[in-house]
Design a protein around this ligand. Sequence first.
Ligand SMILES: [Zn+2]
Ligand SMILES: [Zn+2]
Length: 257
Amino acid sequence: MAKKTSKLVSTPDVEHAYQKYRRLKQEVDAWQQERGSYWIANLRLNKKTPYLPIADLPQDAIIELWQRLNISAKVEITDSVLREMWEQLNLGKGTIDPEMATRLQLAVSGVAKLAGRIAREKGVPEQQFNPRASENAEKGVVFCPVCGEISTLAVLTEPDGKRVMHCNTCNFEWPVQRTGCLFCGSEDSKQLIYLDNEEFPGVEMGVCQVCGQYFKEIDGRKISAGDYLWEDMRTLPLNYATERWIEEKLFKNNQMN
Ligand SMILES: [Zn+2]
Ligand SMILES: [Zn+2]
C-alpha cells in the first residue's frame, strides 16, 4: 500500500479543549459508577441490530446525566426545560448552544455506553457485525450494530493488530476485515492509500481509491489511550487534511477508478 506523509499545523487550543472534555468525562464516569447498574437493569437489547438504538434509550437516564453535566459546568436549568429541549431536538426542531449540545452528546453517549457494555458482556453474535453484509453497509457508511450510529474509526488491537471497528457513541467494538477498505470491501491493497502525519503518531487515514471514502485507523499497539473518542477529536485536523487531499489528488487528477 502507498504511504504519504503530510505537514500539519497544530491547533493551539487543543489542551484547553482537552481539560474541558476531561472534566465532563470524569463526571460521566462517576455517573456510570453510581447509576450504571440501576440503568443497566432497565435496558433491554433488541433481538436484531441495532440492539439498542439511541432513540430507544431511556429518556430519564439521558436527562439525569445531562443535568449532572450541566451542574458540573455551573449551568442552572430545570429538568423540565431539558426535557422540552430533548423533545424538540428529536422532532428536528429547536436550537441549542454548542456547549449545551456537547454536554447532551456526552450524556447520550454515556447512556449508550451502558448498552454497549451489555452487548459486550452478552457477546452478541459476530457474523451480524460484518460491515460488508448488506444490512450494515449503505453508501460507504458503517453503522454500529449496537447503537446504530455511524462509525468511521478502526482500531488495530493488541497483540497482533487485529482490526476492529470502534463506535465512539457506545464504545462497542466489532471485528472487521483485516486489510482493505472498510466501506466497499475492496481488498486490493494498491488501491488503499494511507496518509499520516508526524504530529499524530499511531494514527493513519486510509483513503480508498475504489470508492473514494476514507476512514481513520488508530494503532492501539502504539497508542495506549483507551479513550478513542478523544483520540478521534484530537486528530480531527487529519480528517480535514484528508478531505483536502482527496479533493486535490483524487478528483482533480481523475484517478478514481
Ligand atoms: Zn455504538
Ligand atoms: Zn472503498
